[in-house]
Design a protein around this ligand. Structure first.
Ligand code: TRP
Ligand code: ZN
Length: 468
């Protein structure tokens, strides 16, 4: 251990200069003629039609982010490695962050224009179908946090001593240019520079010790497993960091010292929840785990990949919920936002399962409590499998009725088949995108039962379903 640490530290000192050179020196301020748009924007999501783009696949985002808490200025350099899926004379990215000063494609200056969240890039040379290309975008300024009347506060969020990037559902564009298609998973590098003494965390694993250059510090995090953009995260500010383990898995927890967070409890409850979930759902899908307590003010927790972010110290059920999402939502991700119940119904049901095995009420009794609501109650109004754009976080329709759907599936299939379904689902579709039909097909093939009527009644029909 010591030996490895010493080697890494020496390595970091030797690359100190390279680290400095990767920063923002010499970004040319080039003027660009705007180009008319017209390429197809949007990847076809029914609720977020502008999100994502067609014609290419992103493999990796390399994000150089320089943030100053005192001024809120974020300077970024995003390097996006992608493959063209057809011949492209132009392509779109989603972007609504600070002003862009330059874009290159494969090292050559490109022209570009912006219209709402659509950033249209016209490379100097046509991109050929099947070929890889690299887009670099330089930008800087003060991001304007997204505050949506129904989806809440998300995107780039300022805290007392820093900022946090929380993107669900379509907030990544608030702080970096992105193909914001929930189905276009990619790996990420975050290279975050802050004033000395300010920490920066992100998804994945920290690469070596922080690199100090004058009065600024740069730390690099790598997410090596495929990640949907809505799960990408950075957290900047003062944090007390605990490096623990869950078996062989690193457990990196961090607490804002001015919050009500208890670092020891966050570390141990996270470990306990994940150890239990690994027994139920199979091995943890990412290369490290953890959690971050900040004072974001968003009033929700988010299942950011490998390391959820909590707004204040969470209770045990919330830790169980956000870590359940690592299997249900993060590793196995819906193809479109219409299927959000595949995230929230599962994570809520895992809470019920946890409570049942830890001295709380049985899942059946929680089900019964909600099922007691009269047929006329607005609880039953929305379709769980198609709640609508403004209701993707609906407690009743998506979280509770979603969990109730799974409980009905469990009682219909029987415990043995149901738990086989959960394990097979996470294993078969790990790092991929799914739709409800995939769950139905798998459940039917495991149970040899016709489950279509159950899915139709619980997910796609308004009103209180009858129990056969
Ligand atoms: N996905 C989060 C969770 O349940 C919740 C969430 C994200 C949310 N954004 C929100 C809830 C906005 C309400 C409003 O783990
Ligand atoms: Zn959730």
């Amino acid at each position: 251990m010591m030996h490895a640490m010493t080697r890494r530290q020496r390595g970091a000192a030797a690359i100190g200069l390279a680290c400095a050179m990767a920063m923002f020196a010499g970004v040319p301020a080039t003027a660009h003629a705007a180009t008319a748009g017209g390429s197809p924007a949007g990847a076809g999501d029914p609720y977020f039609p502008l999100a994502g783009n067609q014609g290419y696949d992103v493999a990796h985002y390399d994000l150089d982010l320089d943030f100053t808490p005192a001024t809120h200025v974020l300077n970024g350099q995003a390097t996006i490695s992608a493959e063209a899926k057809k011949d492209l004379t132009r392509f779109n990215l989603d972007y609504s962050g600070p002003a862009i000063s330059r874009i290159t494609v494969d090292g050559r200056d490109a022209t570009y224009s912006q219209d709402g969240q659509e950033l249209t890039v016209v490379p100097a040379k046509r991109l050929k179908s099947g070929h890889d290309f690299t887009v670099k975008v330089w930008y800087g300024g003060v991001p304007v946090t997204i505050d949506d009347p129904t989806l809440g506060i998300y995107g780039w969020i300022y805290t007392d001593d820093g900022a946090v990037g929380l993107n669900e559902p379509d907030g990544a564009r608030n702080w970096y240019p992105v193909n914001d298609d929930i189905g276009d998973k990619a790996t990420y590098t975050f290279r975050i520079t802050t004033p000395n003494g300010v920490n920066a965390l992100a998804n994945g694993e920290q690469q070596g010790p922080p690199c100090v250059n004058g009065d600024r510090t740069t730390v690099t995090w790598n997410e090596r497993k495929p990640m949907s953009s809505y799960l990408s995260m950075v957290a900047i500010g003062k944090f007390d960091v605990t490096n623990g383990r869950i078996g062989n898995l690193a457990n990196v927890t961090a607490v804002d010292p001015t919050s009500d967070g208890d670092g020891a409890v966050l570390q141990s409850t996270t470990a306990e929840a994940i150890a239990w979930e690994q027994q139920k759902f199979g091995r943890y899908p990412f290369d490290s785990a953890g959690g971050i307590v900040d004072k974001s003010g968003v009033e929700y927790a988010l299942e950011t990949q490998g390391r959820p972010v909590y707004d204040g110290m969470p209770d045990t059920d919330t830790i169980v919920h956000e870590n359940a999402h690592q299997w249900f939502g993060d590793a196995v991700t819906p193809k479109t936002w219409r299927d959000i119940w595949l995230n929230e119904g599962f994570a809520t049901y895992v809470e019920w399962m946890w409570d049942e095995e830890h001295g709380g009420p049985t899942a059946q009794s929680v089900f019964d409590k909600y099922y007691a609501k009269p047929a006329g109650d607005k609880f039953w109004k929305l379709k769980t499998g198609d709640p609508g754009r403004d209701e993707i976080f609906s407690g009743s329709a998506v979280y509770y009725r979603g969990a109730m759907t799974l409980h009905q599936l469990r009682t219909t299939m029987g415990d043995r088949d149901f738990f086989t379904l959960l394990r097979t689902w996470t294993e078969k579709y790990r790092y991929r995108n799914v739709e409800t039909k995939d769950l139905l097909d798998l459940a039917q093939s495991i149970s040899h039962k016709n489950l279509k009527p159950l899915f139709d009644a619980w997910l796609y029909t308004e009103g209180k379903p009858a129990i056969p």
